[in-house]
Design a protein around this ligand. Structure first.
Ligand SMILES: [Zn+2]
Length: 433
């Protein structure tokens, strides 16, 4: 039985190998989707500047797709699937709705900016085909996309059921991917366990758990990140517009994609292990945490932390565990998890402290214990800590896609295996930019 009725939406990503001709057709579709998105955005901005009412979704679609196709300037929009154009507008409408919800305070988290124009120079180009575009996975394993053709796919693992949509992405490294959304209906609830855990965004670690586990990014990931830094420095020294710079840009993009893939694989293993071993998982809310944190910690971990907690959230929903984000208004690092008393401000270098009540604390573990306590209190009050998760990347437990990830048995065997003396000792190097 699924607690959300409709099932959990998961993403399944595969590498695509379009022929040169298909690459041209895809480039055309990316371009048309971008033009429709930008035309829609311009129309709404102009209406606003002239104090005219907000243009409705239906009216916007009529203006920038249906009517535009009939003009000589936009006649070429007819060369791509109409669904691709409609989905580009759907993205724009969603961006507007999120922005309005953020402004009105209905949407939690960081304040959102209004939608921005898309550029040909954006690192990531994407188009989406929904069911009614009649995209199809053929018996010969190819993916048929309307007005693009039949594309070769590397099926690194099977699709569990018929997808409801597919997004075709071209990344900064020039690679193509198909990202399918699949709704899982089967019951994957795990047998209940007793332990609950609070997780703190560590200063010198990627994450610190209330049970004392300190998790540091594995060595191969730190090494890859250092290499990326080096390439970025090399790029900044190259002259603008030069051939060498263009080559360096591609190199950086490739290294960047590699680091991102490796980090995602590692985070999938870590989040699965944490969800399996605990009945309830509480994390600090990132935007609140940011207020009381140093710039150093934020810059090092922010991006990774957001993706990681999103994984915990959807896996908790999928496997029948409790997940909660904790708003913390208290200085949790200074608050004693034993007596609740607040102590004096501490320098970053203070890793351990003693409370007048007699409790001896590790700074980060104490903070994680406070997250756990706040999470338990909130879930008892039932303040709606649980929300329906968005469509997220499916875990890659069976299919390790990165060669480096396959070489680290440490990260497959659960959280305890992720805690190793060597990693803890060398954690400092990982966290100083
Ligand atoms: Zn105390």
């Amino acid at each position: 039985m699924d607690r959300y009725g409709a099932g959990v939406q998961l993403r399944y990503n595969y590498r695509l190998y379009p022929t040169p001709g298909q690459q041209i057709a895809l480039a055309r579709a990316f371009g048309c989707a971008r033009v429709v998105f930008n035309d829609g955005l311009r129309a709404r901005r102009e209406a606003r500047e002239q104090d005219l009412p907000y243009i409705s979704d239906a009216e916007l679609s009529r203006q920038v797709i249906t009517l535009a196709k009939a003009t000589p300037e936009r006649a070429w929009l007819g060369e791509v699937s109409a669904v691709v154009l409609q989905q580009a507008l759907a993205d724009l409408n969603t961006a507007y709705r999120n922005f309005f919800a953020s402004v009105s305070g209905k949407r939690k988290g960081r304040a959102l900016a209004p939608p921005r124009y898309r550029s040909r120079k954006d690192n990531r180009q994407a188009i989406r085909f929904t069911k009614n575009s009649r995209f199809k996975v053929l018996d010969n394993g190819r993916l048929r996309l309307p007005k693009i053709g039949e594309l070769q796919v590397r099926w690194s693992r099977p699709l569990p059921s018929a997808p409801s949509s597919v997004t075709v992405v071209r990344d900064a490294a020039g690679r193509y991917f198909a990202s399918f959304v699949v709704t899982t209906q089967q019951d994957e609830t795990l047998p209940p366990v007793d332990s609950e855990v609070g997780i703190d965004l560590g200063l010198t670690h990627f994450a610190v758990l209330s049970d004392g586990t300190k998790v540091t990014a594995p060595r191969f990931l730190r090494r890859a990140a250092r290499k990326l830094k080096r390439l970025q420095r090399a790029l900044s020294r190259k002259q603008k517009g030069s051939n060498r710079r263009r080559k360096a840009v591609v190199k950086v993009a490739r290294a960047h994609a590699r680091v991102a893939d490796t980090r995602r694989d590692w985070q999938h293993k870590l989040s699965t292990a944490i969800i399996r071993e605990n009945q309830a998982v509480y994390v600090e809310d990132l935007c609140v945490a940011g207020l009381g944190r140093t710039r150093l910690a934020k810059s090092v971990h922010d991006a990774g932390w957001a993706a990681f907690t999103a994984m915990l959230e959807y896996k908790a929903a999928r496997y029948g565990r409790t997940f909660g984000r904790v708003d913390r208004f208290l200085p949790s690092t200074r608050m004693c998890s034993a007596c609740g008393g607040t102590n004096e401000k501490m320098a970053l270098s203070v890793r351990a402290w003693d409370c007048p009540c007699g409790a001896a604390h590790d700074r980060d573990v104490n903070a994680a214990l406070n997250v756990l306590a706040a999470g338990r209190a909130e879930s008892r009050n039932d303040r709606g800590a649980r929300v329906r998760p968005p469509a997220m990347a499916a875990p890659r437990d069976e299919a390790v896609t990165h060669p480096d990830a396959a070489r680290t048995p440490r990260s497959v065997e659960g959280i305890s295996a992720l805690q190793s003396g060597e990693d803890v000792k060398t954690s400092r190097t990982a966290c100083t930019r």
